[in-house]
Design a binder for this molecule. Structure first.
Ligand SMILES: *Cc1c(COP(=O)(O)O)cnc(C)c1O
Length: 370
């Protein structure tokens, strides 16, 4: 038997979430699959969502992985090109680029494009990360339309606080985008804005985290929104033993048994991406029963209190998060967000399909690293 620590990926849940999200509006819905599909596997996400209206990735490198694997759908690169060579790749492979800075247009001018590139103009409507300030928009729009190798597809922006219930900043950003006419349709919504609604008609929406079954809203669970967990991080109990009251467990000896305790050891740790800062008491599902984490998370192991779960044994099935234990709950206990838990899963964790993407049904993907 190989090490039982694995991320089981349920591709039908990814499709379910995509369909659910798509049905919330009329615009096209590009699935955001940057950062290795939020840790789920870039290519397999694209394959599982082969019917998606399009895909959004962070960089041209990610877009090229999709193109080289034969994925033909529309792709937009959210950070756009870093240099002229990337503009050329985008032209050659029909990859659309976000333009957020004059420098990118200068880079474009440094080369001859072999074909037209679809571009999305990014407006900084208040997040102050990337994008043109609204007062720069007319000049950039003019520069783009004067270039016969650039084809403006959408004007976009990104929200800073669409997930915060009474955030004035969300309303301000929405107001800013709707305060003028744009020459092409808009692309505004991330997951939170999509569930919240902007009230503005959009050409393309850009959900990410909700596709993976995590709630983008602080006061609504994924289940309440109808979202299903795509990833279940699973492992097994590899040791059980008794520790008398008063003794400590784990590094730093900072967890001490208040009663005679039956300790279970599970083979998963921060070397797999399980958060090292998970506090004692974080729930771990052992054969379906919630057991509290005790002691510090090690690189390759964690320890749990099995005293109240006498049936648990070596080999018991463990879920760290997934179908029965919400990743959002674990993230909140660890002071982070599901995005980070997904993205920090390390390559040591085998990604295993619970159900194969339909167009790879005949390949031995199920047990392969993806
Ligand atoms: C990552 C990203 C998204 C998706 O955000 P979620 O919160 O995961 O839905 C959408 N738009 C842009 C520009 C992004 O960078």
């Amino acid at each position: 038997m190989t090490r039982p620590t694995r991320a089981v990926i349920n591709w039908s849940h990814l499709r379910h979430n995509y369909e659910l999200v798509k049905a919330t509006g009329t615009g096209r819905t590009y699935a955001v699959i940057k950062a290795n599909g939020y840790g789920h596997g870039l290519l397999n996400c694209a394959r599982a969502l082969s019917g998606a209206d399009g895909f959004a990735v962070a960089c041209v490198d990610e877009a090229m992985v999709l193109r080289e694997a034969g994925i033909q759908r529309k792709i937009v690169v959210l950070q756009g090109a870093y240099d002229g060579a990337e503009w050329k790749l985008a032209a050659e492979h029909n990859i659309q680029l976000v333009v957020h800075h004059e420098q990118q247009l200068d880079e474009r001018d440094s080369i001859t494009l072999p074909a037209t590139v679809g571009v999305w103009l990014k407006i900084n409507s208040g997040m102050n990360r990337v994008g043109f300030r609204p007062e720069q928009a007319d000049a950039v729009l003019a520069r783009i339309s004067a270039d016969d190798k650039l084809d403006l597809r959408h004007v976009m922006t990104h929200f800073a606080a669409a997930d915060e219930a009474d955030s004035g900043s969300f309303a301000e950003q929405v107001a800013l985008m709707s305060s003028r006419e744009w020459p092409v349709s808009l692309s505004l919504s991330n997951s939170a804005a999509l569930f919240r609604g902007t009230g503005i008609e959009e050409g393309v929406r850009r959900p990410g985290i909700c596709l993976y079954g995590s709630s983008p809203m602080p006061h609504k669970t994924a289940a309440e929104l109808g979202l299903k967990a795509v990833m279940s991080l699973e492992s097994r109990v590899i040791s059980t033993h008794k520790v008398p009251a008063g003794e400590a467990v784990g590094y730093g000896a900072d967890w001490r048994a208040e009663r005679d305790t039956r300790v279970g050891v599970i083979t998963v740790g921060y070397g797999d991406g399980y958060p090292r800062h998970a506090p004692a008491g974080t729930p771990v599902l052992v054969d379906g029963v919630e057991c509290p984490l005790i002691g510090r998370v090690s690189m390759d192991m964690i320890t749990v209190d099995l005293t109240d779960h006498p049936l648990a044994h070596i080999g018991s099935h463990v879920e760290l998060w997934g179908d029965h234990l919400s990743v959002d709950r674990i993230a909140a206990l660890c002071g982070t967000i599901s995005y980070e838990l997904f993205c920090q899963l390390t390559p040591r964790v085998k990604r295993v399909a619970r159900e194969l993407p339909s167009d790879t049904q005949n390949t031995p993907l199920a047990a392969a690293r993806v």
